[in-house]
Design a protein around this ligand. Sequence first.
Ligand SMILES: C[S@@+](CC[C@H](N)C(=O)[O-])C[C@H]1O[C@@H](n2cnc3c(N)ncnc32)[C@H](O)[C@@H]1O
Length: 187
Amino acid sequence: MENGRTPQDPHALEPTRLERLLFRLEAQHICLNWAVEQIRNRPGPVFELGLGHGRTFDHLRRHLPDRDIFVFDREIDCFADCTPDETHLILGKLSDTLPQARHRFAGQVVLVNSDVGTYDEAYNAEVAALVSQNLPALLAPGAIVLSDLPLNLPEAWRLPLPAAVRSERYYMYRSSCEHDRSFSQSA
Ligand SMILES: C[S@@+](CC[C@H](N)C(=O)[O-])C[C@H]1O[C@@H](n2cnc3c(N)ncnc32)[C@H](O)[C@@H]1O
């Protein structure tokens, strides 16, 4: 055994940690580009959950330059040139800010990019439950949700990932609309 791996070790056939990061960022890039086109002609605000260093926010604002993009985080830790202006930055814990957002944005949000996961699986389960609980009231009919964590959105469909995506750990949903409801009732 060398370097903590044997040649027969099944983990040796899985993507390396480096490849997993690469695939995750690639999935995010491909899915963001896809989602932006889906909502380009649909008015309504966009939510970025997890400013982090501001990379995905920077991508969204580049491709949706005239859109209101509201960015949620408990802290500002981004590249200086990726700091949202104060009218679009919603600072605080998601457990506070998402329920409050309902008063202003109920039923209006056309795209959510949720990027709040960590390496802590217990925290991921907790924050995914929080996001799942609060998003439905905010989403416009037919809204797209991208997420680094699996969400439980009863009024939404899980969408297949674009063919070029190599990560299985990325998630896309579309909230249902009247057309879906009448279709499922008549089917
Ligand atoms: C992975 S980073 C986001 C990366 C970012 N999208 C980017 O491209 O640079 C996750 C962010 O979510 C924020 N976050 C995680 N849980 C949160 C919570 N419960 N309330 C508010 N912010 C949270 C963290 O502070 C962190 O900045």
